[in-house]
Write a protein that binds this ligand. Structure first.
Ligand code: SF4
Length: 292
């Protein structure tokens, strides 16, 4: 029996995998747009407790191949602690092929290249990472705690260690005033790194963090769906990644769902956005079915 601490979040791609909570909350917890862990105090779970939960999960799902480590930035754990968990997982699930977690820039920058390689050797081979924006002013306004160069360096460190990176960008996060800089600088940032997966989400603000988010802007005007699609189109046009990138825009927040691979599908994806812009609301996911 696993005693999960709620709320519990995991990436959509981990829906059918084992979720093992190794921390509670987010060690940073200051991004102004994010309400995920505002109700939780950050806490590291003891190795004893984690081992017991792994034993229990292994009895229930002995054939499991993939494990996701929750909560918000499990890579904040010190390397020795995390290695113990990875090794215990490998020993307990004989078919294990992938361990993944959410990571921040700060987490990756704090780890040495040797530590990251060691974690990768022990099956930590995918990190989920929120880029959000590549624009310096916006990174300050959303209190992300890092600048664009730090985001680039941290993603390069993950790639150098051989880890796959699944990254997200938030359309509309600069409102009307920052739309151009947001899209151009974010695409430019991604063009300098080698992410494996890239997704665009669409900004939504929960009531409990709205005032915190808005206080960093003189006047924040939320984008309409049409303006968000304009951002999506420009973002796709500016994107010229160095490597093959699997692109998705299929989060619950998205007005328009897209899927393809860069560079092969770039023009098709742009054409789909243009078509949706021409068709208007009937081409979009109804607002009642969306959430951030
Ligand atoms: S690092 Fe991630 S989980 Fe933590 S506050 Fe920022 S967006 Fe939320």
């Amino acid at each position: 029996m696993i005693n999960y601490s709620y709320p519990l979040y995991r990436p959509p791609a981990e829906a059918n995998n084992i979720i093992l909570q190794v921390t509670h909350g987010c060690s940073y917890n200051h991004c102004s747009f994010c309400s995920m862990y505002k109700s939780k105090d950050f806490e590291v779970k003891s190795l004893d407790e984690v081992h017991k939960e792994i034993d229990s999960l292994a009895r229930s799902y002995p054939e499991a191949k993939k494990v996701f480590l929750a909560d918000g930035d499990a890579l904040c754990l010190n390397t020795g602690h995390l290695l113990d968990i990875l090794k215990y997982l490998k020993k307990s699930f004989v078919k294990l092929s992938r361990i993944s977690l959410y990571a921040t820039s700060q987490n990756l920058l704090e780890k040495s290249d040797e530590d990251l390689s060691l974690l990768k050797e022990n099956l930590l081979n995918l990190v989920y990472f929120g880029i959000e924006t590549g624009n310096e002013s916006l990174l300050k306004k959303i209190t992300k705690g890092v600048n664009a160069q730090q985001i680039i360096t941290s993603l390069q460190k993950a790639t150098k260690a051989g880890m796959k990176t699944s990254t997200t960008v938030i359309l509309g996060i600069g409102g009307e005033a920052y739309t151009q800089e947001h899209i151009k600088d974010t695409a430019e940032l991604i063009n300098q790194v080698e992410v494996t997966y890239l997704s665009t989400l669409q900004l939504g603000l929960d009531e409990d963090i709205k005032s915190t988010f808005l206080k960093h802007f003189d006047k924040f005007i939320m984008l309409s769906d049409k303006q968000v699609l304009d951002e999506q189109q420009k973002f796709l046009e500016f994107l010229n990644p160095k490597n093959k990138v699997i692109f998705r825009s299929n989060h619950a927040s998205n007005a328009l769902h897209l899927a393809g691979t860069f560079p092969k599908d770039k023009q098709r994806l742009i054409a789909e956005v243009k078509e949706a812009l021409e068709e208007g609301a009937k081409a979009l996911v109804p607002k009642m079915f969306r959430g951030f």
